[in-house]
Design a protein. Sequence first.
Length: 282
Amino acid sequence: MMIVAWMCLLPLAASRAAGPELVRDDNGAAAATEAPLPFPWPEARRAAVSLAYDDALDSQLDNALPALDRYGFKATFYLTLASDAVARRMAEWRAAAASGHELGNHSLFHQCSGSAPDRAWVAPERDLDATSAGQMRDQVLLANVALQALDGRSRRTFTAPCGETLAGDGDYAALVAPAFVATKRGIGPVTDMATLDPDAVPVDAPVGVAGSELIARVEQAARVGGMVNFTFHGIGGDHLAVSTRAHDELLEHLAAHPDIYWVDTFLEIMTHVRDVRTRPVD
């Protein structure tokens, strides 16, 4: 199986972010510690949480999907269409889509820059440095056609392989942006909903972290009324993995606080973000 690594993947902070504890009522001095919500999430919830999984891996079908379904959470699976796990398990991906999960676009062949550090795994024919922006446009748009054949849907989101869109002769991001509700590019937290670019949403890509670290990230987002954009790879297996225990602890925490966290596909979350921004101002 091809080993895929993201550039500059950083583990989430190991300690819980500083700040006031969540307050669940509107009375008394404790409530005065809460900051006003800077972004209007559905049903007055305090944060949006996107659970996404890259590269179409067996451990996602075997471990992540059953856990998500136990809690009733809908997630986004970004399929690299050339993945062996797509060809072997097509019926399972189709069933995941039919149950409400999003099949996102992660390109046909997962082109990444071969000149970046630690990229010996990048095959010459899949080197973004040797691929034109026009070729990447064609590859990404064709992946949309293949995905529509799987799930029958025409609206979806895109994650750039390795978070990179600079091809050999220029950036391909603007060439594919009109085909998507939103695009993930770059690594890091979403720090300001007011300035978030839907065509360049950064991701938190945890590797080897504990459940407490994942929970700390969503708790911090709830304090400021923001969003967390997790992008996992292997769950209890495969590459760039997070343990099934850490993953389960995060899902259990989210399920225990449905009034605080809105958990949905990246497509639904970013559709809401775009809708809020287009509402007329009173």
